[in-house]
Design a protein around this ligand. Structure first.
Ligand code: VGL
Ligand code: ZN
Length: 197
């Protein structure tokens, strides 16, 4: 058995003061750093959008952040502009240990969002992370990071569907929690066979 720690989107824009701040998002950083030594591999994900990305409310006339829209691949929440490639907001939290094995970027195609570290929001375009982990013989994943009800949630459900043993360590996550999204995410993860601690 080999295991990996998957650190989801611990970036400035998801921390207090950022463009899409998650309450207390910065409080998980030192705990995540302390976990890293216990894993065979450490993977960091980075939300990495071009300016004008289709998930931004500012790209849709008359729409405000946190409203919904219909995309060709289904319903999509519209967000404030965030994690624009190369900006300070897209950088990892300065306290995060980024010495791990791999950084995987997602959401870089203008027309499609990517919450999951494994598939974009169309559910079929792969990021390549599955192949990376399986090639290395990694079977067990622990997920931490931001936001629990969006990118952690979709990454965990996809990983379980791909056959990994998945644990989400909720102590080292924080949620956006809009319109019941946290409870819905926890139910979906449980139904997918994800272990929540
Ligand atoms: C995320 C909304 C938009 C996340 C990323 O990391 O959970 N949420 N982009
Ligand atoms: Zn995003």
């Amino acid at each position: 058995m080999s295991n990996a720690l998957i650190v989801i989107d611990v970036q400035n824009d998801f921390c207090p003061g950022g463009a899409l701040a998650v309450a207390q998002g910065d409080q998980i950083v030192s705990g995540i750093n302390a976990m890293m030594a216990d894993f065979d591999a450490v993977i960091l994900t980075q939300d990495w959008h071009p300016s004008g990305h289709s998930s931004f409310a500012s790209s849709h006339q008359g729409k405000s952040p946190f409203e919904m829209t219909e995309m060709p691949y289904g319903p999509q929440v519209l967000w404030p502009d965030h994690c624009i490639q190369g900006t300070k907001g897209a950088a990892f939290h300065p306290g995060l240990d980024t010495s791990g094995d791999m950084i995987i970027r997602k959401g870089f195609r203008a027309g499609i969002d990517s919450y999951s570290a494994f598939f974009e929001n169309d559910q079929v375009t792969p990021t390549g992370l599955e192949g990376y982990l399986k090639t290395r013989g990694i079977t067990d994943l622990v997920m931490v990071g931001l936001a629990l009800d969006f990118c952690v949630h979709f990454s965990a459900v996809d990983a379980a569907r791909l056959g990994f043993q998945v644990t989400v360590d909720r102590l080292h996550c924080r949620a956006i929690d809009m319109d019941g999204s946290l409870v819905a995410a926890e139910t979906a993860m449980q139904n997918a066979g994800v272990r929540l601690t």
